[in-house]
Write a protein that binds this ligand. Sequence first.
Ligand SMILES: NC(=O)c1ccc[n+]([C@@H]2O[C@H](COP(=O)([O-])OP(=O)(O)OC[C@H]3O[C@@H](n4cnc5c(N)ncnc54)[C@H](OP(=O)(O)O)[C@@H]3O)[C@@H](O)[C@H]2O)c1
Length: 355
Amino acid sequence: MSEKPLVLVTGGTGFLAVWVIASLFQQGFRVRTTVRSLRRAEEIKKELRQAAINEEQISSLEIVQADLLNDDGWADAMKGASFVQHVASPFPDGLPKHEDDLIIPAREGTLRVLRSARDAGTVSRVVLTSSAAAIEGGHSHATSESNPYTEKDWTNLNSNQVQAYAKSKTLAERAAWDFIDKEEKEGGKLQLTVINPVLIMGPALGTNASTSLRTVSELLEGNTPGLARVSYGLVDVRDCANLHVLAMTHPAAKGERFLCVGEGCASLLDIAKTLKKNFGPKASKVPTIVLPNLLIRGVAIFLPVARLILPDLGLEKTYSNAKAKEVLGWTWQYSNEQAVTASAESMFKFGLIKV
Ligand SMILES: NC(=O)c1ccc[n+]([C@@H]2O[C@H](COP(=O)([O-])OP(=O)(O)OC[C@H]3O[C@@H](n4cnc5c(N)ncnc54)[C@H](OP(=O)(O)O)[C@@H]3O)[C@@H](O)[C@H]2O)c1
């Protein structure tokens, strides 16, 4: 029997990446992952045990050291790989000192991964984790069921509403498509597929929880007196990981980007109500009062972290998952309520919420 293909997943210490690794193992692939420090290797294995991956697969996981900011290790990381899932990219919980702190690892790191995938000669397709932030930024208008955000939309980098993280994801994705176009023109065979997830929730498998779960922990810890009038497209991390794996081998995914959204949008108030309903006394600090936009704008003058939500304040947003459904046959399994509840349960379990 021939060996299953080897997949390289970048950034195995990440919230989404570890679920992508789990999903690949569940489908029988061999997996290698990169980390910035080999000291983090055991954390990944521990997290895979939480995802019920068997010990034989866990011990087969290859872990190599590579940083998006330099070339060391990338040639070894790619050796013999058939596919690459490029998931790693900085996702901080605040505004960086300088936007280049995010843009350089995101864009130059993506190009480094693509170049080394091409040079390896064995990789047929790279799946890049971009973001809905590369789709929706700088469009300060509401969307609706009949006019949702789709893969045709691109973040408008000329808008001063676009913050460093959205810029980093947009520039990285643009650079990836430019690289592949040039390769194709020169007869190269490397393929690119891009996944653009909305806000990812769902269970963390350990203490490596993403910034995206902060929305839930901040509410449970009662860190805000009230709720901003914002809504988020949500997808569960398990559904998002499945779409990454599906898009990796599906012939129709070649050269396409896919918005990755589950049931749809939830307002911060919806999320707060879910926590109140499902966590009783443990959710006693969760606020349910919606604060006026003007107040939030005022607070943001003094509190830099509050500025992160300003571009979304008061906007109704709708995202379409029709393309992933129609082209790839993907469907989401976890509702918004399940994703939010699983996020909170896992953060309580791993001591990430101080109530
Ligand atoms: N979570 C969401 O809501 C969401 C939504 C849309 C798109 N995304 C995208 O999904 C991907 C994964 O996000 P996540 O939520 O899983 O975030 P995460 O848990 O913070 O994971 C980010 C990963 O990137 C790695 N990384 C950062 N800078 C790096 C560098 N210079 N060199 C090598 N690795 C580096 C981190 O490594 P360390 O552990 O060493 O820091 C970590 O493994 C990112 O591309 C993110 O932009 C996330």
